[in-house]
Design a protein around this ligand. Sequence first.
Ligand code: ADP
Length: 486
Amino acid sequence: MSFTAKAPYQMFINGIWTDADSKEVFEVKNPATTEVVGTVPMGSDTDTTKALNAAQNAFKSWSRLPARKRGEYLEKVKDLLLENLQELAVMITLESGKPLSEAKGEVISAAENFAWYAAEARRVYGEVIPSDDAAKRIVVIRQAVGVAALITPWNFPLNILGRKVATALAAGCTIVAKPAEQTPITGILLWRLLEQAGLPPGVANLVTGDPVQIGKELLDNPIAKVIGFTGSTAVGKLLMQGASKHVKRLALELGGHAPFIVFEDADLDLAAKAVVRNKFRNTGQMCGCANRVYVHELVYDAFIEKLTALVQKLQVGNGLEDSTEVGPLVDEQGLIKVKQHVDDALSKGATALVGGCALEGSPGFFYQPTILVNVHKEMDIMREETFGPVVPVTTFTSEEEVLNQANDTQYGLYAYFFTKDADRSIRVSEALEYGMVGINDSLITAIQAPAGGFKESGLGREGGHWGMDEYLEVKYVTHTMTSQGN
Ligand code: ADP
């Protein structure tokens, strides 16, 4: 089958493209037009069981393959991703709605992740520790955990899935992955490339379909030893409960509520541009999107003027059009949530300086880029992730006050602040209860850095060498020499 062939879109189990046991399918819709992009199998628990068995059978030989060989497969996937950049990017845009330029960037990031973990596979170092006993040696080795179950969201359908796949395979795990139901075809295209790269059957399995049934089997079946998940905190908590049955390991990247602080000495042009780059990327549907912008009262008016000018210029449209900077929300539920958050804020006294309602006249799920002022913490938008193109802006008077407000949340994923004061940079970055902090920068994801959250934003880290730890067990081996005279 050619890489770009439209149909059939199928699951990949034990090296074979397959329909669901039930033969049922579901439709994937383009959020910009509501047209059907394709249909994919409605897999369930029985399909998942087969995938887990296949991964289990493949584990021994894959985990024992020299790391360099595993890395060579991943390098090949990197090459294939770049060769097929355009087709992959178009599919990402069709399924998720994001502008094509962002989709292309996502393919490049995914390829870089495969390249990084191709090399990281070879750096799974152990340790030799001096013993208290002359006849003893203490050795610590790290070994693949076993079969990894990977559950991923729709907002970066290639990169979040690809990063987990690359990390787990590099560590020596075999995998069963389930992409989000909004964007499964991008996952299927990635699997076509994994197949082309020649991965042995059973090493990488893909199931699409009912998240509840598939998720339950991934938890209930003892074969999966670790669950790698990116998604909502609510589902993350369900997975934690389910994982307790077999004490499965969990790597969870969950929701956030990022504060973005503009101090009185900040470069206001830089800060305003950074809000826009961060908040409207992927139509505000990133866990790294600023959810609350706090501006020092001395610079509030100047900042708002700059921000308003930038937001008013943003071009909303179908992501396939060159001029589009902001696409649709991913689905109707996403649009409803944005409407609810804005309407709740407006009813409690907020003012929309720009936008404030959905875009009329399109079948797609478009919402106008929006700035809200006069916001306060009793509004939903100041406490829950909006996942939409809406920036709430408020003021503060002191560093202590704004730090208290910034940390007053159960989340702890991303935080940003803008200042030119070096001492403050140290103080504030250390005081923020967040896993990732950007100083004078609002797009901070980096392959080599650890990504993850404090508090209810997750467990574990992805990226860099830290990502590997989630898929590796630590084993202590002690060896006592038995011959005399040592
Ligand atoms: P979002 O709100 O961003 O869609 P979700 O947490 O609902 O985030 O979805 C992230 C991923 O989790 C998707 O692949 C989705 O299908 C999956 N998912 C949703 N509910 C469950 C569940 N009960 N068990 C396992 N996976 C689930």
